[in-house]
Every structure is written in C-alpha cells, then in structure tokens.
Design a protein around this ligand. Sequence first.
Ligand code: GTP
Ligand code: MG
Length: 293
Amino acid sequence: MEYQLPRLTKMWTHLERQAGGRVKGMGEKQIEVDKRILRTQIGVLKKELESVRKHRKQYRNRRLSVPVPVVSLVGYTNAGKSTLLNRLTGADVLAEDRLFATLDPTTRRVAVNNGKEFLLTDTVGFIQKLPTMLVAAFRATLEEISESSLLVHVVDISHPLAQQQIDAVDKVLEELDVASIPKLVVWNKVDKTDDPRRVKLEAERKGVVCVSAIDGYGLEQFCDAVQAKLRDSMVLVEAFIPYDKSELLNTIHQSGIVEGTEYRENGTLIRAVVPLPLARFLAPMRQQVAAAL
Ligand SMILES: Nc1nc2c(ncn2[C@@H]2O[C@H](COP(=O)(O)OP(=O)(O)OP(=O)(O)O)[C@@H](O)[C@H]2O)c(=O)[nH]1
Ligand SMILES: [Mg+2]
C-alpha cells in the first residue's frame, strides 16, 4: 500500500473528464479520497502489526517462567517451515503454496519420544532482498529469532535455485546479527526431488538432516538432531530447589539432562546440564547450593 500511495495519480482523470469534473464528493477529488482510504488502511495495519509485536513479547516473557528452549524455523519463503511445524506438532498453522503465507510467528510445543520437549517457532520466510518497507511487517518474527536457542534453517532442496536461496537466507541472518545462535540445516521436500536416494546420501555426507514435511520422512532424526544441537549449548549447573518450587524439577527434567539429585530437609539438590535460559533463571537457586551443603 505504501508502494501504491504515490502512484495513484492520474488513475481517475478519465472519469473526471467524463463527469465534467463533478465526481468529487465533499469537495475532494477522487484521488484524494483514494489516498485517504489507503492511508487509513495503512494505519490500521500498522496498529495490528504493533499489537502482534506486543503480543509476542508478552508470550516471550511468560515463557521465561518455564524456560524450555525455543527453536526457530527460518528459511526462504515457501521452503515448508509451516508444514514442518504442523507435521511435528499436529498444529494448524497456515501453510500455503504462496509467498509470505506466514506473517505472525507461531510457537508450538514439540514433545519428543524420550520425554524431552522444546518449543518450535514458525517465522516468516526470507527472500532475496527484504524491501525496507516490509521490515516493519517482519519485526515480530525477527525479534522472535534473535531470542531463540537454536535456528533451524529449512531448505527446499527440490528447488532449482536452492543454493541461491540458502545464500540469501544466510545473508539475512548475518544482517540480523544472530551469528552467535547455533544453527542446524535441514533439507526439506526430499520427496519432490528427482532422485531422493542420491539426495539423502549427499545429505548424510554433509551432515545435513533430510526430511519430507509432507510424507513424514526423517522427522525422528530431525528431533534427535535438534536435541543434540541444543545439548551442545547447554551448561552444567548445581542448584538447590526448595520444596515450594518443586515444579522446577519437572522443567529441569524436561529440558535438561539430570546427572544427580539429593533430597534434603527443605529442598532438592540437583546437578544437571540445562539450556542457557534455564541456567539463568536458576541463578538464585544456584547460589543456595553452598548454604544447603
Ligand atoms: N512435496 C513436498 N511439498 C512440501 C513439503 N513441505 C512443504 N511443502 C509444500 O510447500 C508449500 C509451502 O509450504 P509452507 O509450509 O507454507 O512454506 P513456508 O516456508 O511456511 O512459507 P512462508 O510462510 O511463506 O515462509 C506448500 O504447498 C506445502 O504443501 C514437502 O516435504 N514435500
Ligand atoms: Mg509459513
């Protein structure tokens, strides 16, 4: 709409001529009416975008109280991010064969067979060059990305320009300053390639996970790879969890690896490898360890 606004000129001159210049209501020319309508719509959409941002921020804050690691799906538009999220979580996220099907990021919980879990966030797809006017629309998604524990780069490996798309996504990620967040590359749509067997072998050789969000191929391996990556960035902590906060023990068991527990009179001493956000959250309880010994 912002693109349209300055280009409206002259669209109505033929009408004005036909009506002897009297199509204008309230002393306004049609083009001014159009501009006003466009501006109003732009205003409404901007307000909606702002509320999406606020909403996401509240979500993120709430998540901090249950600090399960957040994994964000990033990738070129149409790579199959939403389809993958739906597949893994049985969620009902809009997946469509068109550009920018997803504008509002969506987060769902993925429960893995071994009792662990992580949160998976869908984001808007990237393109070759992000028009500056669109950046505002992307902000909610971009903020989401910068606060995640792991980025999963979803690639449509059946696309003839897959490599260019990978490069474009890497470039955007660089611009976003998220190089410090660990990344996992996933080749999607392997079912759609000419020679799925060859692609699978190549993926294995490159240490890339190969999946098909449509037929479900490789999803278990995907979850394993996500967990292995998350584990890489986890830290060993010792904390004293008082009994009135015992629900935290559950959280630690779910998102971390418990190495040992000792029950004391007023709480539990626990030693575990946990995701960084959880380690931070546990900081006050980590200081209690010495006192409890
Ligand atoms: N054959 C095949 N098609 C797939 C696969 N995964 C996704 N698709 C199709 O690819 C199209 C795009 O999928 P989406 O999940 O909407 O893609 P997206 O990455 O979320 O796209 P944006 O939201 O625009 O960034 C849809 O038509 C899907 O059905 C797959 O593994 N195999
Ligand atoms: Mg999508």
